[in-house]
Design a protein around this ligand. Structure first.
Ligand SMILES: Cc1cc2nc3c(=O)[nH]c(=O)nc-3n(C[C@H](O)[C@H](O)[C@H](O)COP(=O)(O)OP(=O)(O)OC[C@H]3O[C@@H](n4cnc5c(N)ncnc54)[C@H](O)[C@@H]3O)c2cc1C
Length: 504
């Protein structure tokens, strides 16, 4: 799948939202059938309760679902999917609803399948270093269940106290420690999946043939619904060392990151925050970062004690060489928690200094970090839109927080424009429009800037291979409605799904 690399023209002008979702009433019969299958207490049709589910973490896109169902088992999900398929009704899976790209945005003419009742850890196999969990299990609960045996679940999104493993699989979520440990895809061994035709199948990393598990993880819930996940457990490291380094500027912090990675050190995490995000974190959680810092860097090393000790000294020296004016080393877990507190709360903390904000997610090569950050600064200065920067500096995953006052006419539009221009910069520098939050409904309009028509058609063919009727989380990931029949290739006669363009 090739990417266009350089964007031929800026995308910052593209601010319109995707097509509004159609709002056709669901057949009453479907609600009755679902209540028969699951029991009336597992089917939500009350308009007030339905509104609870109208958005995920991307709150500027909302749609009240037609029906919400709360299944307990994979068999129930399979039966729901078969009912939807028979009625030609679209459906969307939802875990905890913390997604930041609108992946779990429901449809008014569809069914929202919520996995919050499927929270059992079914098996912990310590010798095999794996656990089997239901999709609604909260990420951190996996670690809580196995820590006593010296293991943990490595993917650690900042939302790990509330997000579900099913959501992590769908988004291929990462976290502060994915620089060393990889994304969710690296920690999933198999998934039980309800396919769009209502079958229950197993996708495994071990089997021969195409890596369908690899296709499924990160597909944002568009290829089926996972009902059981076997995750890899990682051994807790022998030792962990964390430092906080304060710099006068982002450029100096960026230089320290380059020096550390360039020296061959692979930290478990390198996170950076700029002055505005430090201010927000300070206001929210009193993390006591050094006053006057233009940027702070959190560097964490883990592994065998002698190796960590040697590399930690090297990291400390490289930070000082790059101009760190204060370095704090966590002496114990309490101090480590305090260092991380500011970073982990940064997204939410920005709410303290701005009535509204857009959480952007883009990737750039780490080596161009200082240039891109300088351009973001310039964009902010030119537009008057404040931008706070929080990022996984080691792998170039930026999370600019674009601030605005939603009470001020035109402010959201300006923020959207700056937000789009930041993605321009990412593409222009050989990066990507998303690092870990997914495309969802929010970024589908930017996909043609990264991918050629042929790329998008190829992806669409994969989707059609799983879901020819296009009922599984339609309207997400892809920029324009396409029928399976519209993908390249010779076809004769009418396509079986002709006339159902609104389902895509
Ligand atoms: C404060 C905050 C911090 C965050 N920090 C990070 C971070 O550091 N790193 C990161 O990667 N993300 C982060 N996120 C984003 C989000 O938490 C992750 O994307 C998370 O994995 C979503 O899980 P969820 O259970 O909330 O999924 P949902 O939001 O419910 O759904 C997300 C997507 O998964 C699909 N889905 C859900 N369950 C299933 C299933 N069983 N089968 C198939 N598809 C399914 C949905 O249809 C949707 O497309 C953050 C979000 C917030 C609010």
């Amino acid at each position: 799948m090739g990417s266009k690399g350089f964007a031929p023209e800026p995308i910052s002008g593209i601010v319109e939202k995707v097509e509004p979702l159609p709002n056709e009433p669901l057949p009453d019969e479907l609600g009755r059938r679902l209540a028969e299958l699951l029991g009336a207490d597992r089917v939500v049709t009350d308009p007030v309760r339905l509104r609870t589910y109208e958005c995920d973490g991307l709150t500027n896109h909302r749609s009240t679902p037609g029906i919400v169902v709360l299944p307990d088992t994979a068999e129930q999900i399979a039966a729901i999917v078969r009912e939807c398929a028979a009625a030609g009704v679209p459906y969307v899976a939802r875990g905890s609803g913390t997604g930041l790209s609108g992946g779990a945005l429901p449809r008014a003419d569809g069914v929202l399948i919520v996995t919050s009742r499927m929270r059992r850890i079914l098996e912990v196999d310590i010798p095999g270093q794996r656990a089997v969990v239901e999709p609604g299990v909260i990420n951190l609960d996996v670690t809580r269940a196995v820590r006593q045996y010296g293991y943990y679940f490595a993917p650690d999104p900042s939302s790990q106290q509330i997000c579900s493993v099913g959501g992590n699989v769908a988004e291929n979520s990462g976290g502060a420690h994915c620089l060393k440990y990889g994304f969710t895809a690296h920690h999933v061994l198999s998934c039980e999946v309800v396919t769009p035709d209502g079958e229950i199948v197993e996708l495994s990393a071990d089997g021969p043939g195409y890596d369908l598990l690899g296709v499924f993880v990160g597909a944002e819930g568009t290829l089926g619904i996972t009902t059981k996940i076997t995750v890899r457990l990682t051994r807790l490291p022998e030792t962990v060392q964390t430092l906080l380094a304060a710099f006068e500027s982002i450029e100096a912090g960026g230089a320290a990151v380059s020096a550390i990675i360039g020296a061959g050190v692979v930290p478990a995490a390198i996170e950076m925050m700029d002055a505005l995000s430090i201010e927000a974190a300070e206001a929210a959680v009193r993390c006591e970062y050094p006053p006057g810092a233009g940027a702070v860097l959190i560097v964490e090393l883990d592994g065998p004690e002698p190796e960590v000790a040697a590399q930690f000294a090297q990291v400390e020296r490289l930070c000082r060489d790059a101009g760190a004016f204060e370095i704090r080393i966590a002496a114990d877990d309490a101090e480590r928690t305090l260092i991380w507190k500011g970073r982990k709360s940064a997204f939410a903390a920005v709410g303290r200094i701005s009535p509204a904000y857009i959480v952007q997610d883009g990737v750039i090569p780490r080596t161009v970090l200082p240039q891109v950050l300088a351009r973001i600064d310039a964009l902010s200065a030119e537009s008057g839109v404040r931008v706070a920067n929080v990022f996984h500096a080691g792998d170039g995953n930026l999370h600019p927080l674009v601030l605005f006052d939603d009470a001020e006419p035109g402010a959201e539009q300006r923020a959207e424009e700056v937000s789009g221009a930041i993605l321009d910069l990412c593409i222009e520098h050989g990066g990507s429009i998303t690092g870990e939050h997914g495309v969802g409904v929010d970024k589908s309009r930017y996909m043609p800037r990264m991918f050629t028509e042929a790329d998008l058609d190829t992806m669409q063919m994969v989707r059609c291979g799983f879901d020819p009727a296009g009922l599984c989380n339609p309207g997400k990931v892809f920029p324009t409605p396409r029928l399976c029949g519209e993908v390249p290739g010779v076809r004769k006669g009418p396509h079986p799904y002709e006339g159902k363009a609104d389902l895509f």
